[in-house]
Design a protein around this ligand. Structure first.
Ligand code: ATP
Ligand code: MG
Length: 584
């Protein structure tokens, strides 16, 4: 029996048959260039804050990117499933996140008055699924993933698809029996991520990150570095070694800071009229701000705590939240400050502060004879010293790393960059498997909770993020593997028979060769068609005009390049393939 060979054809589309509502005018509610271009290029439309409709071109971008993700996930051993967006609240109550996640979670009741949630992530669902089925170490490791809708009632939905309330995510979950196996599973996902982003035309940086509400030990984020205001994440990295971390997590070395005086002077309360900020106090006392210690009062789950950092440093709230083990952390308001310290804002200090835990940055342990607030209006204490004058509840790094600080890894000098988080990987440990009883019997017959990892990629965020890098003042310049079509074919005047004929022939040849092509068959002005082509940003453009067609030529141009080449109609497939090979 002979097997038929199936040659895959490229996807074809005529502009007149599709729906690409391009817009000329600047869109006033789109701050970012990428958001502007998706609206103007007829890719998306807004339904409500953070809720978008993906039009045909966007749907194709999503499908192309999803295919890359699927292929690489499958290659790495992932098994695709689909979990429902709707979930009984009970699972989230059992994991403890029903209380900790807050208002970002969409909640509702069904007709039987059962509490339900719309999932913003699926750890609970997948863990419960596995808990009922996987019983032996022989069934592990397991990697389940999906590409599915997520709902998060983001406090500030903005930037179009970048931070939506409804969006698409690829989320994967791994289950392993021991650390060695888990580390392999984690590394496989990291490798798959690099392959995915590379194929999509993006260079990403892997950075250490805080585990946040997800829990677990360690996490990494995959960042697209950008120079625009789209870069919501601040990244601290070392140009000398490979150290890179989200500023929420970033550490820095201390040894460059010289120890100060060795003698402890007598402490003294001084009147500091009109001076309450660090700058004012430093100026008044004629000392550097690095000789002051800031005492910041916070409310951690409703209880006051004090955080001490050096006067010239900023507090890192994420680090403080972790040290204090708090779910909700907010700065105390003036009334709370007065209630707990006995003085207005600006004069808080650690000396004599009662019944409030003191979290102290290690920089302060190396300081001597510093200035602190006196817990008395318009007064400060000079020559304060830790241990002699107050005791820390805990000494731990709670300051923000800055550019110029020392790399904690190699001693180099840290720099600051901005990025968009396009994906992340979390080492979850046994947080969910313990809570939801995903246990297995190990080789000795002992019951143990599974070791878990979770791994997300923003399927709708990533393509928009790419446009922060790939666009110019005329429009989008898609990386070829996530472009809705590779080629736009433009007969300048479709009414002219030779142009129409050449267009139909090239159209057919490209499709037969497996190339995705959009034919602009509109009976519109050439200028309109060329402007739209630049705006929607397909990687390769073929223009058919009278002049070159006389000698059997058409014009071939990459959207990312300025030069135009004349190609014989019969050679066009080859020329398109060659040009495509050169493109990102
Ligand atoms: P962010 O810090 O940007 O809020 P996150 O830490 O909440 O992201 P995860 O919960 O780990 O993100 O989600 C995995 C991925 O999903 C992210 O890396 C991002 O690409 C994407 N993502 C997260 N929130 C949104 C959103 N509101 N809109 C679109 N994509 C999102
Ligand atoms: Mg978030």
């Amino acid at each position: 029996m002979q097997l038929a060979t199936v040659k895959s054809k490229g996807c074809d589309m005529r502009w007149s048959h599709t729906y690409i509502p391009t817009l000329r005018e600047k869109q006033t509610d789109a701050e970012l260039i990428s958001h502007q271009l998706l609206l103007r290029g007829g890719y998306i439309r807004k339904l409500a804050a953070g809720i978008y409709i993906y039009l045909p071109l966007m749907q194709r971008v999503i499908d192309k990117f999803s295919s890359i993700v699927r292929e690489e996930m499958n290659k790495a051993g992932g098994l695709e499933i689909t979990m429902s967006v709707l979930c009984p609240a009970e699972l989230w109550q059992r994991s403890g996140r029903y209380n900790s996640i807050g208002k970002e979670q969409m909640r509702l009741k069904d007709r039987h008055q059962h509490d339900m949630v719309l999932c913003g992530t699926h750890e609970e669902t997948v863990t419960d699924l596995v808990a009922g089925e996987v019983k032996s170490y022989k069934q592990l490791p397991l990697n389940l993933y999906q590409i599915q809708v997520k709902f998060r009632d983001e406090i500030r939905p903005r930037f179009g698809l970048m931070r939506g309330r409804e969006f698409l995510m690829k989320d994967a979950y791994t289950f392993d029996a021991d650390d060695t196996s888990f580390n392999k599973s984690y590394q496989k996902m990291v490798d798959a991520y690099f392959s995915i982003f590379k194929r999509a035309g993006l260079d990403v940086l892997k950075v250490e990150s805080d585990t946040g509400a997800m829990g677990g030990k360690l996490a990494h984020e995959f960042m697209l570095l950008v120079d625009t205001s789209a870069g919501e994440e601040v990244i601290i990295s070392c140009p000398t070694c490979s150290y890179a971390a989200n500023v929420e997590k970033a550490m820095f070395g201390l040894s460059r800071l010289a120890d100060q005086d060795s003698i402890l002077n007598e402490k003294e309360t001084v009147h500091t009229p009109g001076a309450s900020t660090i700058e004012q106090v430093a100026a008044f006392l004629k000392v550097r701000s690095s000789q002051l210690v800031k005492t910041l009062i916070y409310m951690a789950d409703g209880k006051p705590i004090a955080a001490l950092v050096r006067g010239d440093r900023e507090l890192n709230e994420v680090k403080l939240k972790n040290v204090a083990g708090a779910i909700e952390l907010e700065m105390a308001n003036p009334t709370q400050v007065e209630l707990h310290t006995g003085s207005p804002v600006g004069f808080s200090g650690p000396v004599g502060l009662k019944n409030i835990p003191l979290y102290v940055d290690p920089m302060i342990v190396r300081m001597k004879n510093f200035v602190v607030g006196a817990n008395k209006s318009e007064h400060h204490i000079v020559n304060a010293n830790i241990e002699r004058d107050f005791a820390a509840t805990k000494v731990q790094d709670i300051s923000k790393a800055n550019a110029g600080d020392m790399c904690p890894n190699c001693g180099g000098t840290l720099t600051v960059r901005r990025g968009i988080e396009v994906g992340n990987t979390f080492m979850l440990g046994t947080k969910y498997s313990s809570a939801l009883e995903a246990k297995f019997l190990d080789a000795e017959g002992k019951e143990q909770p599974m070791l878990m990892g979770s791994y997300g990629i923003g399927i709708t965020r990533m393509p928009q993020a790419a446009l922060e890098k790939y666009s110019d003042d005329k429009g989008i310049i898609w990386p070829k593997n996530i472009a809705p079509y590779l080629v736009e074919l433009i007969p300048l005047n479709i009414e002219k028979e030779p142009q129409k004929e050449a267009a139909e022939r090239i159209y057919k040849d490209l499709i037969d060769a497996g190339i995705d092509v959009l034919l602009d068959d509109r009976n519109d002005r050439a200028g309109v068609k060329l402007n739209d082509a630049d705006l929607i940003g397909l990687p390769i453009r073929i223009v058919i005009g009278d002049k070159s067609l006389k000698d059997g030529h058409v014009e071939l141009k990459a959207r990312s390049q300025a030069n135009v080449t004349l190609v014989l109609v019969e050679n066009i497939v080859q020329a398109v393939k060659k040009l495509s090979d050169e493109l990102n």
